[in-house]
Design a protein around this ligand. Structure first.
Ligand SMILES: NC(=O)c1ccc[n+]([C@@H]2O[C@H](COP(=O)([O-])OP(=O)(O)OC[C@H]3O[C@@H](n4cnc5c(N)ncnc54)[C@H](OP(=O)(O)O)[C@@H]3O)[C@@H](O)[C@H]2O)c1
Length: 360
């Protein structure tokens, strides 16, 4: 009989937060595999990135069936196995919708695809269960009751501990809650949404009523706006960067960034934010941009993307910057960004603050 020598986990000072309304404790920084693990990063380099993350307190890994048609799940699952990570030490999340094939029932949120897709994901990950299974985007072609029932079936089968949404509108999330409550089923526990200094509308405006009502938490994606908030694109597109490696995917983003007034303003903001970071916080814009997200109290976890182990280590320096973000610094950042979402209309009633509570 062989006994596995597990790699020991230490939080290394990583803060943990509850994931939305659930009892699951997630690390403030987690790691995702979109475009990187199993795509631009392959072989032993995947293991190197996951190892450096795990050894520095990141024990949550996010992927999706659709990331490089299942290759991200395969690469992550293999690395988790090769590194001998104890299952109870880690949190693995995947997302269902985009599938790995294009048949009429190979994608979406039907009962058939949710169940078949989940089983296929687990096989690729070489795991018996994932901790959270996300509905990657809403599916307006399927009755919401079918989707809610199917995710509950997945949980009851033991293939996932919880289910959650991603890129759903506030209205869609509310509907899922109503259906689940009516049927006595488990509602989604969190929302995986894009949130960064240049993308704020949903988490900072649209979801406000949900934070209080459903104890919604967010698992934030593209926290560095795909690398833009590192300042790496200030002088063009570096040859090994995401915009160079995935030029066709990002062609309209690149066009807007380098050829429009909106893009010029973003670039100017990046420069100015970099100065605030350096002069007032003794850090880089990368650290400031990540710490700024951590300050939002409904951010449960910030999903980092990294193409090298060094990027993971660099990004974790943001932890030291969080306590330095005083009201004064945050106001300076706000003045540079100039994109604070408008308050929700309350027609003369007291407005909602960022916690979703009524400001008196
Ligand atoms: N639910 C959804 O719909 C959805 C959508 C997208 C992503 N996600 C999840 O969110 C995760 C993170 O998203 P993301 O990858 O877009 O995050 P991001 O942090 O905005 O971008 C990550 C990229 O920025 C660059 N980078 C990161 N740290 C850096 C550093 N310290 N210095 C220089 N460059 C650095 C790297 O790109 P290069 O080195 O290649 O330039 C890296 O791949 C994904 O992996 C995925 O799990 C979910």
């Amino acid at each position: 009989m062989t006994t596995t020598m597990y790699r020991e986990y230490s939080t290394k000072g990583m803060p943990f937060r509850r994931l939305g309304s659930s009892g699951l404790r997630v690390p403030l920084f987690s790691l995702g595999g979109w475009l990187t693990l199993g795509e631009s990063v392959t072989g032993s380099s995947v293991k190197d990135i996951i190892q450096v993350a795990f050894d520095n307190g990141i024990n949550m890994f996010d992927t999706a069936e659709g990331y490089n048609k299942g290759q991200s799940e395969i690469a992550m699952g293999q690395a988790i196995k090769d590194l001998s990570l104890r299952r109870s030490d880690i949190i693995v999340t995947t997302k269902i919708f985009f599938g790995t094939k294009d048949g009429p029932n190979d994608t979406g949120l039907s009962r058939k695809h949710i169940i078949e897709g989940t089983k296929a994901s687990l096989e690729r990950l070489q795991l018996e269960y994932v901790d959270v299974i996300f509905a990657h985007v809403p599916d307006y072609t399927v009755p919401i009751e079918e989707t809610v029932r199917a995710f509950n079936y997945v949980i009851n089968k033991g293939w996932a501990m919880y289910w959650a949404t991603s890129e759903w509108s506030a209205r869609d999330i509310e509907e899922a809650h109503h259906v689940a409550t009516r049927l006595g089923l488990i509602p989604p526990i969190a929302e995986q949404c894009q949130h960064n200094m240049f993308h704020r509308g949903r988490p900072e405006r649209e979801y406000l009523p949900l934070y209080e009502r459903y104890d919604l938490g967010t698992t934030v994606w593209s926290p560095l706006a795909g690398g833009l908030l590192t300042g790496k694109y200030a002088n063009g597109i570096p040859p090994t960067s995401r915009y160079a490696l995935h030029a066709s995917t990002f062609s309209s983003t690149i066009e807007r960034l380098f050829s429009t007034e909106e893009g010029r303003k973003k670039m100017a903001s990046v420069q100015e934010l970099g100065k605030v970071a350096e002069e007032e916080l003794d850090c880089t814009i990368t650290h400031l941009a990540l710490a700024w997200l951590a300050v939002h109290q409904h951010t449960s976890t910030i999903i980092l993307g990294a193409s090298t182990p060094g990027q993971v280590l660099d990004n974790l320096k943001a932890l030291a910057v969080i306590p330095k973000l005083t009201e004064e610094v945050l106001e300076k950042v706000e003045a540079i960004l100039g994109n604070k979402p408008e308050e929700l209309p309350t027609f003369g009633r007291p407005p909602l603050d960022v916690t979703g509570k009524t400001r008196r």
